[in-house]
Design a protein around this ligand. Structure first.
Ligand SMILES: CC/C=C\C/C=C\C/C=C\C/C=C\CC/C=C/C(=O)SCCNC(=O)CCNC(=O)[C@H](O)C(C)(C)COP(=O)(O)OP(=O)(O)OC[C@H]1O[C@@H](n2cnc3c(N)ncnc32)[C@H](O)[C@@H]1OP(=O)(O)O
Ligand SMILES: Cc1cc2nc3c(=O)[nH]c(=O)nc-3n(C[C@H](O)[C@H](O)[C@H](O)COP(=O)(O)OP(=O)(O)OC[C@H]3O[C@@H](n4cnc5c(N)ncnc54)[C@H](O)[C@@H]3O)c2cc1C
Length: 670
């Protein structure tokens, strides 16, 4: 289907496609998760690509105001199509995804609705979700403030209960308590879940969620006591500037008591605070949910960048043989392959771990519903860690893909600058990546101490139970071929992760206090957390290969990609593997040798492996990544769309350029 909006013109990449050694359709199913997923994604991608309202080829040339209005238009049109076509929730989500323009609807569906679902009582859900599902109200998630983002317990907005009127008084006591960043808050949202310190009977009970109406449903003006606006332009052209991230100050705004989200805790009519018998961490449940979705977003963003760089690399030629033969496709340079193919492998690795994380999240949610909270810490650690590792790797990789495409990669028409600018903040939002890795480290330190006291760890830390073996084992790898063995790969990743965690735990125990030790060791703890998360990704990729995978050659290609993913990490983090004694220098160089062979095996399949992502040209939005590889015509055509080319002689010539040139000419004649 990726050729759907291509129109069957000459395929400059046909030769590349002919060398593929596997069934691309089968790979599409492996990537998407099922035949059904391929089919529905195709339908929605085509729907978007064929609708002129969803055009985005001139997006980076729009002013902020034009871009924002365009986002409102697209969102309204998407909703109209959703209703007209009776789209299911799955279809509507995909429609939004392929429109590919951040906007208020993301916050409404991804945060506002889940926050009410997770933290509201049944009665509250019935009331608010009924309106939210029909878009009678538009909601956002207003947690972060000017002064605090990571430290949620440090938020300053207050919600003081007034028993005389049965209301909460919502207030921003300081400049730093201004809400700052919530998407859609600036200009669009009519409602928000606002996080504030609950104060009743003179006592501060900490952060809780409250539903607030912000704007009139008649004329959209802010309600009395609410000052609200956009926080200003953000990194890059187009990109995240379509989103109206907002600032909001509250001046003693009153809301009814029943607008406190009361599933986790309640305030009675008399003002008494009552906490339910659920862990208070469930307050952070919306973040766990969203972090899980962000892993899937990361794999998608990375795969888009890789698709662009691989297709372009197959078209772009530089330098010929000394004998005057044809020029070389840049993708054939070993340096390009060693920079690019690990990203190709990572895209698949992140995709599969994202599918597993979705399963884990669903499983934990079901357990929570039956009051089993035992798996919550692991769900938090997995979502935080995977969100962190996948988004950091993705942002770095998109930037590198720009360089892999040379000068043309720096053009907006390559699609890469916007892709980078939109995905870079994923390293920060939903939890700064370092802050989240420290949460993972905290979980690991607890697990190490439990193992030391004889408790058997489960789930993603089960390997730590094998401590006797993993602390002293030596890798059995002796030849290049030995690095094809998944068990050998898994063992070195387990040993590295465990030894790094145990080293940290031992060093912390030497510090005057646990807290001081944790702080002093935090750079090492972050590295130990990364090692643990990389082990999870490698393990889930290996487990994926044990499933039934249909299609000629599909499993073989995935085995190669799994090998590349794992071995490039060994190469990149060789210092960790050597210093913990998990591999020897010789084994490290054997891994690198194996990696080189895998790159050569993947090369004839590279274009087909990115075709399997099944992206339309519309979604990819790149002159360099076009399905037909007709790169140069596309670049040439795109250039003429720039507003600077609307006139032959530029605006400003008469005022600034002509007088300068004339003056210089006059001077030269003197
Ligand atoms: C079209 C758009 C283009 C592309 C993208 C498309 C779609 C993208 C989809 C979504 C994204 C869309 C838009 C982005 C919108 C962004 C929104 C936001 O950013 S909202 C704000 C998010 N804010 C954060 O994430 C803040 C980070 N900080 C925290 O989470 C916590 O404060 C922190 C965990 C760091 C510290 O908590 P705190 O209570 O102060 O400390 P402590 O460390 O003592 O923890 C106590 C206790 O609780 C456990 N815990 C912490 N968090 C959780 C959790 N979430 N779940 C379960 N448990 C948790 C912690 O481990 C500790 O436990 P123990 O005491 O050790 O047992
Ligand atoms: C595009 C975008 C959209 C957003 N959308 C929303 C939204 O819809 N709703 C919402 O509520 N919020 C939103 N946010 C806010 C976002 O959640 C916060 O920016 C994020 O949680 C990070 O917090 P911070 O900005 O306070 O960073 P800070 O915590 O101030 O981080 C600054 C630096 O300090 C470091 N640091 C902080 N604490 C520690 C520590 N304990 N140990 C070591 N290092 C530390 C960090 O690593 C970072 O390098 C959005 C942000 C962005 C960029």
């Amino acid at each position: 289907m990726a050729a759907a909006d291509w129109g069957g013109k000459a395929d400059h990449l046909a030769g590349e496609r002919a060398t593929a050694q596997f069934d691309v359709d089968g790979m599409k199913v492996a990537w998407a998760g099922s035949r059904h997923a391929v089919e529905v994604a195709d339908r929605m991608a085509c729907l978007v690509a064929s609708d002129p309202v969803f055009r985005k080829d001139t997006r980076t040339m729009l002013s902020r105001k034009e871009l924002f209005k365009d986002t409102l238009k697209k969102a309204a049109h998407a909703w109209k199509r959703t209703v007209e076509l009776h789209l299911t929730e799955e279809e509507a989500n995909l429609l939004r995804l392929y429109i590919d323009q951040p906007g208020y609807v993301d916050l409404h569906w991804v945060m506002f609705v889940p926050a009410i679902k997770g933290q509201g009582t049944e009665e509250q859900q019935k009331k608010w979700l009924t309106m939210a599902y029909k878009f009678q109200i538009i909601g956002t998630y207003a947690q972060t403030e000017l002064g605090h983002g990571s430290n949620v317990q440090g938020l300053e907005t207050t919600a003081t209960f007034d028993p005389s009127t049965d209301e909460f008084i919502m207030h921003s006591p300081t400049l730093t308590s201004s809400k700052w960043w919530p998407g859609g808050l600036g200009k669009t949202s009519t409602h928000a879940v606002v996080y504030a310190r609950l104060i009743t009977e003179g006592k501060d009970y900490g952060i809780h969620g409250f539903i607030m109406q912000l704007r009139s449903l008649d004329d959209h003006s802010p309600l009395p006591g609410i000052t609200i606006g956009d926080i200003g332009g953000k990194f890059g052209s187009g990109a995240y500037n379509s989103m109206d991230n907002g600032v909001m100050r509250l001046d003693h705004v009153r809301i009814p008591r029943d607008q406190m989200l009361m599933r986790l805790a309640q305030v009675t009519r008399e003002g008494k605070y009552v906490h339910s018998d659920v862990p208070k961490q469930l307050l952070y449940g919306t973040m766990v949910y969203v972090r899980q979705t962000i892993v899937a977003d990361a794999s998608r963003a990375l795969s888009r960048a890789v698709c662009i760089a691989v297709r372009y690399g197959a078209i772009r030629k530089q330098f010929g043989s000394k004998a005057g033969g044809p020029e070389t496709q840049v993708l054939n340079y070993k340096t390009q392959q060693s920079r690019l193919f690990p990203f190709l492998a990572s895209a698949y690795a992140f995709r599969f771990v994202g599918q597993w994380l979705k399963w884990l999240y669903t499983d934990v949610t079901q357990k929570l519903e039956s009051k089993d909270f035992s798996t919550l810490p692991e769900a938090h650690a997995c979502t935080a860690g995977l969100k962190s590792v996948t988004t950091s790797a993705t942002a770095d990789a998109i930037e590198e893909c720009q360089k892999l495409c040379g000068g043309h990669g720096y053009l907006n028409s390559s699609g890469l600058p916007e892709l980078f600018a939109v995905n870079l903040p994923a390293c920060t939002y939903e939890g700064d990546n370092v802050v989240l890795l420290l949460q993972v480290a905290r979980f690991l330190m607890k697990t190490v101490s439990q193992v030391a006291s004889g408790k058997q760890p489960v789930g993603t830390t089960a390997y730590m139970g094998n401590i006797q073996h993993l602390m002293q084992c030596k890798s059995v790898v002796n030849t290049v071929e030995d690095w094809l063995n998944p068990a050998a790969i898994k063992e070195v990743f387990e040993a590295r992760a465990l030894r790094m965690a145990v080293n940290c735990a031992q060093n912390i125990s030497k510090a005057p206090s646990q807290e001081e030790g944790f702080s002093e060791l935090s750079p090492d703890l972050v590295e130990a957390a990364v090692a643990h998360v990389q082990l999870i990704i490698v393990t889930k990729f290996i487990e994926k290969l044990q499933e039934d995978i249909l299609g000629h050659g599909v499993k073989e290609q995935l085995q190669k990609l799994c090998g590349i993913y794992a071995l490039h990490l060994i190469h990149k983090h060789l210092g960790d593997f050597l210093s913990t004694g998990c591999v020897t220098a010789r084994q490290g160089s054997l891994a690198n040798e194996r990696l080189g062979k895998l790159y050569a095996q993947v090369r004839p399949n590279a274009v087909a492996l990115v075709d399997a992502f099944d992206y339309t040209d519309h979604y990819l939005g790149s002159a360099l990544g076009r399905y037909d590889g007709d790169v140069y015509s596309a670049l040439y055509k795109e250039a003429w769309k720039d507003p600077l080319n609307e006139t032959v002689v530029p605006d400003g010539y008469q005022e600034h350029l002509r007088p300068l040139l004339k003056q210089q000419l006059k001077l030269s004649r003197l």
